[in-house]
Design a protein around this ligand. Structure first.
Ligand SMILES: O=C(O)CCC(=O)C(=O)O
Length: 476
């Protein structure tokens, strides 16, 4: 068989293997053996799932919280979670896997469930399946990539969104819940071990905190780093609800998060000098496999379902009311064009704050402005007006294909929001197109001609169509 010259002796200890390498291989083989003994065949697994207890779905209030914050935390006593000794074993096995990886036997990624079968008892718990089904629909699937994250005093990640979309290049971000990450903590995760830190409510914004141009530098002290992390929010105009949330949780907890939430791995503190308390986190990526046609959670119809009061309309923090309403209606299976916030509700709530509903011209100015929360809000609010006001549709259309901010072609066209010495006007133009795209996408067929224009125009820097699910053309 042609192995492309990669027939891998690299994965086996060399003839001069050290005792450490041999021990690592023995552990690995023991793990494989355990897996072969424990793993049911695919048909047996399917049969077992048929017989397993029903998933415990989120209710409406919990789904609304997920839409607002971008995460759900499950405690170790949530329905059907395995007992503590399973988590302890998953921790011990994870540490051994990491040691093997350090010895060069294999990588800690992508083959975790096969290597550590106890992890699947967590993934199969009715509470975990219930949250996943609620946010991703039935038939959700695990991405082949997963990973085990260990903290260390040296590792202090900056705020980021995960990458790795199959189409590469600039990452396409989605406000709808089409992907998620599952983070599993098999040990007590205390503050000193270096918890994951989430920025609640941030899946809807892309212009997030940036590291200093000169980088953090090896000489940056922990206190200086903390101060940089804190001040990185200052220019963003994000509401206080996005304040960092440390995932400090007891052994066996799981966090299920919107794929596009801002987060970071924090460092292990020097005070956590007990090597016996390594912090592991198993991370899995998941995708939905079909657009929603009805609620996939435990939904009880309510009179305000089309425009839930819980989202605060025009008074929501970060002016996210129209965004959340759209995300909720999309999850309920409402057709495109029937997902927007009700303009009357927007107006009423804004008036309660002593404001008139912004005019189309004002919204368009915000869409072209330099505050991302305002751009995104204005885009969805224009989309809410568009079915009855052609000027609102035209404003979105113009922002997508108009000349605000240049075309992004040529010099510097490759740097898109991640820094570099690009011209600010071009960046703003790209940002306006991105924001307009979200509002237009929410309109469905009403936006077809705008997107066709965008594909025909000579100006856009990029035109892409998502192959995965409907509703996600992207041109900017
Ligand atoms: O280690 C952690 O807690 C987070 C790691 C992470 O999210 C990442 O590497 O993207």
């Amino acid at each position: 068989m042609d192995t492309g010259g990669r027939c891998s002796t690299a994965r086996l200890p060399a003839a001069t293997a050290t005792n450490e390498e041999m021990a690592a291989t023995r552990r690995r083989l023991t793990g494989v053996h355990a897996h072969l003994r424990c793993s049911p065949s695919p048909s047996a697994a399917a049969a077992a799932r048929d017989e397993s207890p029903a998933p415990i779905l989120l209710d409406d209030a919990a789904m609304k919280e997920f839409i607002k914050t971008g995460f759900v935390l499950l405690a170790p006593d949530a329905a059907g979670m395995p007992p503590l000794d399973v988590h302890q074993q998953n921790w011990t096995d994870g540490c051994a896997l990491q040691e093997d990886a350090d010895a060069g036997v294999h990588s800690v990624g992508d083959n975790i469930v096969a290597s550590i079968p106890g992890v699947s008892t967590v993934l199969e718990a009715p509470a975990v399946r219930g949250v996943l089904q609620s946010v991703l629909g039935e038939g959700y699937t695990y991405h082949p990539h997963h990973f085990m994250h260990m903290t260390s005093p040296q590792t202090d990640q900056f705020w980021h969104k995960d990458s790795g979309r199959p189409w590469g290049g600039r990452k396409m971000r989605h406000h709808q819940s089409i992907e998620a990450m599952l983070l599993y903590y098999p040990q007590d995760t205390t503050e000193d071990l270096g918890p994951t830190v989430l920025l609640p409510g941030t899946p809807y914004w892309e212009d997030g905190p940036k590291p200093p141009k000169e980088g953090m530098g090896a000489a940056t002290t922990p206190d200086e780093k903390d101060s940089i992390f804190r001040s990185s929010f200052e220019r963003l105009g994000w509401p206080e609800e996005t304040a960092p949330h440390k995932v400090v949780v007891p052994a066996g907890s799981v966090a299920i998060v919107h794929f596009d939430i801002y987060h970071r791995g924090s460092r292990r503190l020097e005070s956590a000098d007990d090597e016996g308390r390594k912090r592991l986190m198993y991370k899995f990526w998941l995708s939905r496999t079909a657009d929603p046609t009805s609620p996939s959670w435990d939904h009880t119809p309510q009179p305000d379902d089309d425009c839930p009061e819980a989202f605060g309309g025009g008074n929501a923090p970060g002016r996210l009311g129209a965004v959340w309403t759209h995300a909720w209606n999309w999850l309920r299976g409402a057709p495109a064009g029937r997902r927007a916030i009700d303009p009357a509700a927007l107006q009423q709530q804004q008036q309660q704050r002593g404001r008139e509903l912004s005019s189309v011209a004002e919204l368009q100015a915000e869409l072209l402005g330099d505050s991302e929360p305002e751009r995104i809000a204005a885009s969805y609010e224009l989309a809410a007006l568009a079915p009855t006001d052609p000027a609102a549709l035209a404003a979105l259309h113009h922002s997508l294909i108009g000349d605000a901010g240049g075309d992004g072609d040529g010099e510097g066209g490759e740097a898109r929001g991640d820094g570099g010495d690009n011209n600010a006007k071009m960046e703003l133009g790209l940002a306006a197109r991105r924001a307009a795209t979200f509002g237009l996408v929410s309109l469905g067929p009403l936006a077809t001609s705008a997107f066709l224009d965008a594909t025909a125009a000579s100006r856009p820097s990029e035109v892409r169509t998502s192959p995965s699910l409907s509703d996600f053309p992207l041109a900017y």
